[in-house]
Structures are given as structure tokens and as C-alpha cells.
Design a binder for this molecule. Structure first.
Ligand code: BTN
Length: 248
């Protein structure tokens, strides 16, 4: 069970806790007309969904698996990347409260110590050309001690002790609301500047792969559609989601 956060205006004020749930994103998307800021959170997500059609697994009772509903009718579908910035920065801000310096691996994997600590899945519903409903799904590894994959970590592994799931949920919701309000108040430049400051591999020479093979280049940032901009040896290249893999 979770308590309603004390410090938000609307985010989490309608808080739905399910002891078990297939996917909080699916559950919230299918919930019908609920208020902006509604949160669905579960202790046991049995069919969690990740980006690119992957599954998201999380040990029962150990981590945050939650989805938050926004109604950003002011945002055009082509500008949906701003929600990615909002959500990634909110998780980064939360981890900062635990003295963890997180990086955002484009588009929205949150990394600490070169390992993934949080995944974000944002699913939007459109009305005409604007976003009427946005479900922001957050899978944040908190107290899980062991993972099957090598490049994954948790708050527990990073700070060496258990953290309170309630405290982390409160922080995530506060930070998310603050970042969302920044967007709603057109403080886009500020959001983008902070997103870029935290971008993993920014201005560093690295190897990537795409359908054509390997390429070496330097991430310069993201364009107005949120695509990744990489300067390769001879030319500047722009990549959409699913078009590029980070190698080393
Ligand atoms: C990723 O692939 O990195 C995104 C993972 C997103 C997982 C979260 S957990 C809560 C919400 N419900 C889901 O089914 N997925 C998201």
C-alpha cells in the first residue's frame, strides 16, 4: 500500500494500488476517464512492457513499477519528445536526492555507474494532432539486490542500503509534476538544456551500430523532433528511435 503524496498539486492525488497487475501502463490506459495525475502502482507486475516490444521484469515488492497519467492537450503529437525529457529529468532529479549522479541514455534509459537503473515507457493517445492522454510508465530498480543481466543496477546496489519505496514514489511524483509544469509553462529551453547536460555520451567519441553496420561518432544532442544527432567522420547523421544501438 502507498499513501497519497503530501507535496503535489495533482500528481498521485488519485492513487490506485494493485497488489498484482499485468502492466500498469495497460491498466491505466484502459481505465477510462480519470483525472490528470492519476497513478497506478503495483507490487507485482507480471507482464511488464518495455521499449521496442521488450518485456520488463521486476522482482515482486522490491521496485517501483508505476504509471502516471497526463493530459497534455497543449502538446502536438510531433512534439511528444518533450514528455520524454520531462520523465527522464524527473527520475534523474529523484536519484540526485540520494547523491546518485544519473545520466540519460537517449532517449530515456536512466543510467548510474554505466548501468541501467530505470526504464521509461511513454504511451500517448491522440485527439486530432494533439496528445490528449499520455501514460508515463516508470520501472525504477530500488531494492532489488540481484539481476540476471550484467548492465543493470538498483538504488540498493548503488547506496548500499534499502530505500523506502514510499519515499522514492513521493519524490518521483513531486519531480515529475515539477518538470511537467515547466513544460506546461513553456519553459522548454530550460528543460532541453538540463536534458542535454545529463545526456549519456554527449560530446564523447563512441561506437554505434545501425542497419548499415558500425559507425563511430560524437553525440551532439537531439533535434527538434527528439532525434539523436551524431557527428560522424564525414557527416552529421540523425537517428530516429529504433535506428541506432549504442555499442561502446
Ligand atoms: C524500457 O524498456 O526501458 C522501459 C521499461 C518501462 C517499464 C515500466 S514499469 C511500469 C510501466 N508498466 C509497464 O508495463 N511498463 C512500464
Amino acid at each position: 500500500m502507498y499513501k497519497i503524496p503530501a507535496k503535489t498539486l495533482f500528481t498521485g492525488q488519485n492513487l490506485i494500488f494493485r497488489p498484482e497487475c499485468r502492466s500498469t501502463n495497460t491498466y491505466l490506459m484502459e481505465l477510462g476517464d480519470v483525472s490528470e495525475g492519476t497513478v497506478v502502482i503495483t507490487a507485482d507486475q507480471t507482464s511488464g512492457r518495455g521499449q521496442r516490444g521488450n518485456a520488463w521484469s521486476s522482482e515482486k515488492g522490491k521496485n517501483i513499477t508505476a504509471s502516471i497519467l497526463f493530459k497534455p492537450g497543449f502538446l502536438l503529437a510531433k512534439n511528444q519528445f518533450w514528455l520524454t525529457m520531462v520523465a527522464s529529468l524527473a527520475v534523474r532529479d529523484t536519484l540526485f536526492e540520494f547523491d546518485l549522479s544519473a545520466k540519460i541514455k537517449w532517449p530515456n534509459d536512466i543510467m548510474v555507474d554505466e548501468k541501467k537503473i530505470c526504464g521509461i515507457l511513454i504511451e500517448n493517445q491522440l485527439t486530432g494532432s494533439s496528445i490528449s492522454k499520455s501514460v508515463v510508465g516508470i520501472g525504477l530498480n530500488v531494492n532489488q539486490e540481484k539481476f540476471n543481466l550484467e548492465k543493470v543496477t538498483s538504488v540498493y546496489q548503488q547506496i548500499g542500503r534499502e530505500a523506502s519505496l514510499q519515499e522514492i514514489l513521493d519524490l518521483v511524483l513531486e519531480k515529475l509534476e515539477a518538470r511537467y509544469l515547466q513544460l506546461r509553462q513553456n519553459k522548454n529551453d530550460q528543460l532541453k538544456e538540463e536534458y542535454l547536460k545529463s545526456l549519456y555520451w554527449l560530446n564523447e567519441l563512441h561506437t554505434f551500430s545501425n542497419q548499415q553496420g558500425m559507425l563511430i561518432g560524437i553525440i551532439q544532442g537531439v533535434d527538434e523532433l527528439g532525434r539523436l544527432v551524431i557527428d560522424c567522420e564525414k557527416e552529421r547523421k540523425i537517428f530516429d528511435l529504433k535506428e541506432i544501438v549504442f555499442v561502446k
